[in-house]
Design a binder for this molecule. Structure first.
Ligand code: FES
Length: 150
């Protein structure tokens, strides 16, 4: 019996690996996993769309919406929070008409709130496309992002 159970586990393990590889490739191709792609995958693998979403949403690196041109990570961990991250977040949300976790309507920025960027000595901080900006004020944060548009 044990051999049979192991065989069954192996079979499913391979299927999950196959599904994950497909999802990775789709995301690499389109930048995210579109709803239409999920439909095609479900049809081809004879799975339910819900099963695919369940598997994919377990992994935080899969995205189901397109990302903006610029990724903006705003730290709201303890030190940044004490030094004014909340005001920065509020100002950015007002200025760009989004809430953290969303992409602006023009597709320019995706805002994400994160817990720690490892540069507490420069807090409050944000990271734009991998570049760190520290000692921020709400006005300076907006200014930095407006400069990205030029
Ligand atoms: S708390 Fe924000 S970088 Fe450390």
């Amino acid at each position: 019996m044990e051999d049979k159970v192991v065989e069954i586990i192996e079979k499913h393990r391979k299927d999950d690996a196959k599904l994950l590889a497909i999802l990775h490739d789709v995301q690499d191709e389109f930048g995210y996993i579109p709803e239409d792609a999920i439909k095609v995958i479900a049809r081809e693998l004879k799975m339910k769309k819900g099963e695919i979403y369940d598997t994919a949403s377990f992994y935080s690196f899969f995205r189901f919406k397109p990302e903006g041109q610029h990724e903006v990570l705003v730290c709201d961990c303890i030190v940044c929070h004490i030094k004014g991250a909340e005001d920065i977040i509020k100002r950015l949300e007002e200025e760009f008409k989004v809430t953290m976790g969303e992409t602006t309507k023009d597709g320019k920025y995706t805002f994400k709130m994160v817990k720690g960027l490892g540069h507490c000595e420069k807090s409050p901080v944000m990271m734009v496309d991998g570049k760190l900006y520290g000692n921020l004020t709400p006005e300076r944060a907006v200014e930095i992002l407006r400069r990205c548009e030029q």
